[in-house]
Design a protein around this ligand. Sequence first.
Ligand code: KG4
Ligand code: ZN
Length: 348
Amino acid sequence: MSKFTNILAIESSCDETAAAVISNDHVLSNIIASQAVHQFYGGVIPELASRAHQQKIIPVVDEALKKAGMTGKDLDAIAFTRGPGLMGALLVGVSFAKAYAMALDVPLIEVNHMQAHVLAHFIRKKLPDGTLNAVPEFPFLCLTVSGGHTQIVLVKSHLEMEVIGQTLDDAAGEAFDKAAKIMGLPYPGGPLIDKFAKEGNPKAFPFPFPQIPDLDFSFSGLKTSFLYFIKDAIAKDPDFIEKNKADISASIQYTIVEILLRKMKRAADQTGITDVALAGGVSANSGLRNAFLKMKEVAGWNVFIPPFEYCTDNAGMIAIAAYYKFRKGEFAEQRITPMARLSLSSKT
Ligand code: KG4
Ligand code: ZN
């Protein structure tokens, strides 16, 4: 056996079919096939997602292995996302991983998708000056913001995490996507709002902030007030959105980012922790990234933001989580099944 641990990881929880090969904590390949089929419907259609995963999983795995310069014989384990996610979509990845692990006679590793988003910070990369990228030290706080989740996570070690705040309704990514839908933008609208917001005034249209206790979030009230604001404005001027696209985008983005930032400030105050990380698809948002980076100067936070390729769903993050589980000997059995709902703290 080589001194490196080589793991093939598969991610199929939603609408990206992804495979990655990791050698210890260095990702050698990270292949993602996005499913364009959902754009037409304005949201992810679970059954179409499952079918697209079935079509793409073998070519994606094949490409990941080739790019890493490996064949099945070089692998020490096969990892997969067990949940949370869409049941049919997860099933494709889990079934493939089980079959491949059995064929190669190597261990199987199950990964929690939300834990993997956090652990994306531990993927090591050589920087141009020859040094390795910095990784957070324990304990740290991680704001995980995706299309399905919004969580403040207290990260105690690689595999020990506690959710100390979360959304009571919509996720932050959903808030972006729903606002975009109300503006008539295609799915997923979050990245488009980000793009238009760059040219706009974030204070042009003020929206109300939710009053939610503790470290929890709510975005459904904001969605409703945004909907009525747009309806009223269009009634007065049918071209309102077209004329004000940048200002509307900047204003809604500012509000979502402020809601997230205020809670993170509270979490930092309550825990006394100033090592703060961002994770999940919405951490690709430039407004959110800039707001966090500013906190370096304003509050002395040590801020960690993953590279873009590890923000939105990818298998590199599943692979790094699997590497830490491999080191602890945490393997799954062949009879394992996917779980559409899987909490971060649940021992599986
Ligand atoms: O983590 P992710 O890829 O998938 C889930 O696990 O949900 O997150 C997807 C979410 C979508 O809601 C998408 O609109 C949002 O992340 N997103 C963004 C940006 N890039 C992705 N939202 C705002 N600005 C962005 N640049
Ligand atoms: Zn995700």
